[in-house]
Design a protein around this ligand. Structure first.
Ligand SMILES: [Zn+2]
Length: 263
C-alpha cells in the first residue's frame, strides 16, 4: 500500500480505534472533554474542500469527529461543504490569514478577521480559529494577537497558542511526511519536537505511526494536523504529481531555512 492515500488513512483510523483512542475536536479538547488515550484531529482546508468532505464522511461513518479549519479566500470558500461538514457532526473553525491578505497591517487585519468570522458564523457555529501559514508570506497572522484578543469575539482558542505541547504530542503531514517540521519555515513547536525525539517519538511514514500504535509505544495524547487537499490521493498519476511538487517545495523551504531568508 502507498503512503498518503485514502487506504493508508483508513488504516490509521482503524488502528486508533482498535487501540482504544478516543477522538477530539479542538473545541472539545479546550473544554476539557479529552481523557484517557485521545487524538485531536485537526484539518486545514488549504485547497480543494471536496477532499476534506471525503475525510469528514469517512470519519463520521466510523463515529469519529474532528475540526475543519476553512479559509475565507473566495476560491476556497464553499458554503455547501462548510455546512455539510458541520451537519456530519464535525467542528468547523476559521483558518485565518488576515495579516497576509492585509499586507502586515495589524489593525486592518483584525477588522478583516472579524468580518470573515462573522461571515462563517452565518453558516455554522465557530468556537476556535487557526492561523494559515503561507510559506511564501513574510507575515505571521498570529501577530494580530499581540495587539488584539480573539476571546472578545467569543473564540475559545487557537491551536498554536492554546495547546499545552508539554502534554500533547503533535504531528502534521506537511510535506507529505510526518517529520516535515525539519523543513518547516516557522514552527513554534520545534522546541518540543527535540524533546519528543529523545523519547523516540519520531515518525516519517503513516505506517511507522501504525506500527508504534500496534506495539503500544505511541504517545497517549496527540494532536494531528491533516491537509486533506490533494496530498491524500488514491489516483496514481495525481499521487506522483503530488510527490514531485512536494519534493520541489521542500527543497525551496530548506534553502529559506538554511539562509534565514525571512529576516
Ligand atoms: Zn493552512
Amino acid at each position: 500500500m502507498r503512503d498518503f492515500t485514502m487506504g493508508a488513512y483508513r488504516l490509521l483510523l482503524e488502528t486508533w480505534i482498535a487501540q482504544g483512542y478516543n477522538f477530539q475536536t479542538y473545541r472539545s479538547y479546550l473544554q476539557g472533554g479529552a481523557t484517557g488515550k485521545f487524538v485531536i484531529l485537526r484539518h486545514d482546508v488549504d485547497t480543494t474542500p471536496e477532499k476534506s468532505l471525503e475525510f469528514a464522511r469517512i470519519q463520521a461513518k466510523a463515529g469519529v469527529y474532528g475540526t475543519y479549519y476553512f479559509r475565507a479566500v473566495p476560491c476556497r470558500w464553499n458554503e455547501r461543504i462548510i455546512r455539510e461538514i458541520h451537519e456530519l457532526g464535525h467542528e468547523v473553525g476559521y483558518h485565518y490569514e488576515s495579516l497576509t491578505t492585509c499586507k502586515g497591517d495589524v489593525d486592518k487585519a483584525y477588522i478583516d478577521f472579524k468580518q470573515n468570522l462573522e461571515r462563517l458564523r452565518k453558516l455554522v457555529p465557530v468556537h476556535t480559529v487557526c492561523m494559515h501559514g503561507s510559506p511564501r508570506s513574510p507575515y505571521d497572522s498570529k501577530d494580530i494577537w499581540t495587539k488584539y484578543d480573539y476571546r472578545k469575539s467569543g473564540i475559545l482558542g487557537e491551536p498554536y497558542l492554546s495547546t499545552d505541547f508539554s502534554q500533547i504530542f503533535y504531528l502534521t503531514d506537511t510535506g507529505r511526511q510526518w517529520d516535515g517540521y525539519r523543513v518547516s519555515v516557522r514552527d513554534k513547536v520545534m522546541a518540543f519536537q527535540r524533546e519528543w525525539e529523545k523519547r523516540g517519538w519520531c515518525y516519517h511514514s503513516t505506517f511507522e505511526i501504525i506500527d508504534a500504535l500496534e506495539q503500544g509505544i505511541f504517545p497517549d495524547r496527540a494532536m494531528f494536523t491533516f491537509h486533506p487537499s490533494g496530498r491524500w490521493a488514491d489516483n496514481y498519476r495525481v499521487w506522483c504529481t503530488n510527490c514531485l511538487q512536494q519534493l520541489i517545495k521542500n527543497g525551496v523551504k530548506r534553502v529559506i531555512v538554511k539562509y534565514d531568508l525571512w529576516r
